[in-house]
Design a protein around this ligand. Structure first.
Ligand SMILES: NC(=O)c1ccc[n+]([C@@H]2O[C@H](COP(=O)([O-])OP(=O)(O)OC[C@H]3O[C@@H](n4cnc5c(N)ncnc54)[C@H](O)[C@@H]3O)[C@@H](O)[C@H]2O)c1
Length: 338
């Protein structure tokens, strides 16, 4: 089965692509490589074709002859999405609608787009797929719009599914230090201080990056009726209060590690249910918080460095501030070829 992964050299892609290869898929990756600091071919192996291209402008022929498309390419969090909202709509909405329409037109039978539980906004109690969306940022709005348009393409020949991921954690070869568990663990190790946004009672849903990869592979291989659906990906018991995350990291680090509060009280709290993933997709997570913390600490002990590309929004700011990269980043007159 031939699969195209857009945005495949990013944080999730670096875990997903080798997993796809191990599961017997023939994989092509298309990515601008905005955040690459190591050569992805070293981790993907020779069998994976890597195309340095933009989802907004790539040659449509690149989507010919595929069985499935996994659409990960995006400006991948709220702060990056707020940097230049026009670029966010251009990439996260128009670009991903283009990819889905091309995939359908050129015969790929299955399409999975990476969405986010952030579409629920922040609200009391639990959210499930029936909860009305409440997007509070451009990033979340673009996810809602792309879900709407790309799920509408679903029919008997083109199965289109949106996976709404909880906040991801865990190690990847494009490590992200803008993700809360990763950052608290990394800096807890480096500085002996775990910085926690005040007051720590806020809930967030989390999912390990290896489980995200497993969920995507389950979705593209599924024979169940997941077309036209958005499905939350995570686990109820990983709806965690930030202070519990901090305590778990402190327990692992031991010694004199301190927890330090910062910022104004963060009232943004929400929890998510994952019954649909379990019942319809037949997917359950495997990896817990302790596993994620331990693997990051092992990497820290092996010399994991704090690289600029690990801070998504700061690195995009740096690219924009460099004239050469500004044109790379934004200066595209996209031709909508579908
Ligand atoms: N990591 C999380 O916590 C999380 C949670 C929910 C949803 N998601 C979604 O999953 C997807 C992947 O996230 P990630 O954590 O791997 O992010 P990432 O930023 O590490 O990867 C995104 C990749 O997309 C590429 N890209 C951006 N614009 C492009 C374009 N125009 N053309 C081609 N490539 C382009 C970047 O170069 C990057 O490699 C994103 O859509 C993100 O919004 C992530």
């Amino acid at each position: 089965m031939k699969v195209l992964v857009t945005g495949g050299t990013g944080y999730i892609g670096r875990v997903l692509v080798p997993d796809l290869v191990r599961n017997g898929y023939e994989v092509t990756v298309m990515d601008r490589g905005f955040l690459d600091y190591s050569d992805p071919s070293e981790s993907f192996g020779d069998s994976v074709k890597i195309i340095r291209d933009d989802i907004r402008t790539c040659d449509p022929d690149l989507l010919r002859g595929l069985d499935a498309v996994v659409d990960l390419a995006a400006l991948s969090n709220d702060p990056a999405g707020n940097l230049n909202t026009m670029s966010t709509w251009d990439i996260n909405y128009i670009g991903r609608v283009r990819i889905a329409r091309l995939a359908k037109k050129l015969g790929a039978g299955r399409y999975v787009v990476a969405s986010s539980c952030s579409v629920y906004g922040f609200r009391e109690g639990f959210c499930d797929e029936q909860t009305p969306v409440n997007p509070l940022t451009t990033y979340a709005e673009a996810n809602v719009a792309v879900e709407r348009d790309n799920l509408a393409l679903n029919d008997s020949r083109f199965r289109s599914t949106a996976l709404r991921f909880a906040t991801v954690f865990g190690y990847s070869e494009r490590f992200r230090l803008d993700l809360v568990i990763n950052a608290m663990t990394f800096y807890g190790y480096k500085n002996g201080v775990i910085r926690m946004m005040r007051d720590g009672t806020q809930y967030r849903p989390f999912v390990h990056v290896k489980d995200v990869s497993r969920a995507i592979i389950t979705a593209i291989g599924s024979e169940d009726d997941i077309g036209g659906k958005h499905i939350n990906i995570g686990k109820e018991s990983l709806n965690l209060q930030i202070r519990d995350v901090a305590e778990a990291i402190r327990r692992k680090l031991g010694g004199d590690t301190r927890i330090e509060l910062y910022g104004d009280p963060d009232n943004r709290s929400y929890r998510v249910r994952f019954d649909l993933a379990r019942d319809l997709l037949k997917f359950s997570t495997k990896y817990d918080l302790e596993y994620g913390i331990s693997e990051i600490l092992e990497r820290c002990k092996a010399g994991l460095e704090d690289l600029p590309q690990m801070h998504t929004v700061d690195y995009y700011k740096l690219l924009i501030s460099q004239e050469k990269s500004l044109s790379r980043f934004m200066g595209i007159r996209h031709r909508i070829v579908i």
